[in-house]
Design a protein around this ligand. Sequence first.
Ligand code: DON
Length: 565
Amino acid sequence: MRGNINIFSFQHIRISFYLCLWLAISPVYAQSPSANAVASAHPLATQAGLEVLEQGGNAFDAAVAITAALAVVEPTGSGLGGGGFWLLHRESDQKKVMIDGREMAPGFAHRRMYLDENDNVRERASLDGPLAGGIPGIPAGLVYLAMNYGRLPLSISMAPAIKYAQQGFPISSGLSQSIERAREDFQSYPSSSKIFLPEGNVPDAGYQLIQADLAATLKSIANQGFAGFYQGEMASKIVQGMTANGGIWTAEDLQNYVVLERRPFETNYKDIKIVSASPPSSGGIVMGQILKILEHFDLENMDYVSRAHYVIEAARRAYRDRAVFLGDPDFVEIPEQRLLDDDYIEGLALTIDPLNATPSDKLGELPEIRNKGNSTTHFSVLDKEGNRVAGTLSINRGFGSKFVIPGTGVLVNNEMDDFAIKPENPNSYGLIGYEANAIEPRKRPLSSMTPTFVESEERVGILGTPGGSRIITMVLLGVLDFSSGKLPESWVDLPRFHHQYKPDTVYFERNAFTTDEQQALISRGHQLRESRRLYGNMHAIMWDKRTNYIYAASDKRGEGKAETR
Ligand code: DON
């Protein structure tokens, strides 16, 4: 008995000693961030987010303020007529969730809706005008976020957006140029030209753009919530305006729109945890597959060209699976486990030739298909409690379908083009798809939007970007940069390159590869094509828990602003 006590005491002292030693040498991590941070595609949207945080709102209220503000000040990218995904982390209970506000196909949608009698795709039918639009999810998303996660009423969190719409804001030269590019399309719709072509002209930079109808629609949502857009008077106005211009939306379609909570996609890359978009976005799974393939190679100790080669080859393989297997999970069974299974991934990694590109057509038969820029926008928010939001929102192409629903100020999306409108027919981003992403009533089109959190013991990152099919590889390059210990300034500035299986081409920004590097990739069998323009508009935040320093960065390719306060 006595001996036991002695042993216990000895062990006790030993344990205490090691505990003290561990405490003395283990780093101390900050429990909560030292500042709020917002990074978005427009200075006024960033300001809206910061204002709402200063009024006692949390990151989720800020997300409402930023989303609503972007709908006013960045009409090319997102808006009340569009949809998106908000990835949330709530610090109090560590809940992580993806709010799915993706557009839904209207009830009268069907597979042949964009084909002619000979089964040929009718040119631009899924891109222009009311027929191109899915039922919007952003208004419902705003209401859902405020009711379930925010602290402030919509009347406060939407106030900055209402002010920008009502009193106007000075347009940038970028927006003026985008309007110039869309001029002819706007001219087809009096309701659109009334707003974007005042007195028939493209407004110059600095022009004060007032959107009175949009202000009224925003107020209607702020006052009545879901009903303020999807029911009653507003819904009748929407349905009438759409029908009169060839659209197929019905009152039931609006009434039946639902925001869904989805379990985010989660995986690990080395010692980093990735939390990202799950279906109906392809972002998380495709990026996850690429990262898992890349884990088989020692990227850190490779020259730049070899590293690019492996990234391209991994992307080629993952985008192929995207084309075949991914779609709205409420309509198709996605073999997520199989696609990320270690043996399957290892098999894909083994097919990569270290020195030669694998032509996409040589990847083997497609598995049996079961019969059954300045558009889009991303913002990141971190509040002092540690809550986070990564939001990627869209009306698809610049200004969506270019059609404004008369009397509402709402630009309708052209997200229906994200469906595979005919097997193997490339969409406007060159993406192909099959059965899994075929049009069906009430189905959500497959997206590439990839709002993402990256976490290690010491650091937390929040990132995302617009860019259609290239979103996934842009976020991937950002994640790899985070993994190499770099800061958001570097993630957003990185020169970018991309491969998406079909077309079998590596797209790259002019500064991504030197002439010698291009030659080296060509000699490995890659087909290269320099992108006409720089692409992407990433907005990112990082919290370094060791120093409790918050970094925020906005892509220099855009006009955004990142601020910590
Ligand atoms: O959901 C998607 O994948 C596309 N509609 C996103 C479009 C986009 O990012 C356009 N950006 N330049």
